[in-house]
Design a protein around this ligand. Sequence first.
Ligand code: LIP
Length: 265
Amino acid sequence: TVSDVLPIAEAIARRAGAVVMEGLGRARQVRQKGAIDFVTEFDQRSEELIVSALQKEFPEHAILAEETGLHPRTGEYQWVVDPIDGTTNFAHGVPLFAISLGLLRGTVPVAGVVYDPLHEEMFSAALGRGATLNGRPIRVSSQTDLGQALLATGFAYDIRTNPRNNLAQFAQFQLRTQGVRRLGSAALDCAWTALGRLDGYWEFGIKPWDVAAGGLLVREAGGRTTSTAGDEDFISPGTIIVSNGLLHEQILRVLREGDAAPLPQ
Ligand code: LIP
């Protein structure tokens, strides 16, 4: 079953986490991918370790990794790998980033791990088998009032050129919640929603490797994961909302109505 891959994926994520932790505070940009999008040597070393380990353990599985792209296979399973989710935080020495390994069957996430090596927090889930933190079951929050909710979001690397850059939505939610955090790691935004530290997270222009594992974590922790249009498939559109489920329709309404959405009484 798909849950059989979890111990292997967790062990690989831990090994990658150890490599990344060696570089905290001393990472150097080695490749500029865009105006504010770059790679450190530790992204590369982490990804090399993960990809070669996955190819050894699951030779029939394809892999899509953030830095080296697609390693195709003919089977139905594909790993999506973010060797350091929160690269910008990591490169600046900000201690908030994670390793994310998601397993897709088609575009449906069926297993995933998100590992935060700083806090030694291993988030793990398999389809239909629940979500755990360090082996203990986790559940989303029970918050029902958006006005009292703590949300997170992020901004894509094309924020300076893309008119739909999420800044308007950031302001609209700030006025309609207890607060919105921009933590810099989509994988942890999702994992913390699954754990109930956050009540929800949304982002436009997100990549499969950022959110495949995290989106499953939230579903398996009793929450809801959709695209920002409310579709079940959040991988193909490259947009996401995760929430405790109770707040999902309220979040969709603010994204749909913008400034016209009701303000808290
Ligand atoms: C990052 C995401 C973050 C998003 C950034 C970037 P990376 O992933 O975790 O939520 O806002 O634009 O995509 O590049 O650090 O793996």
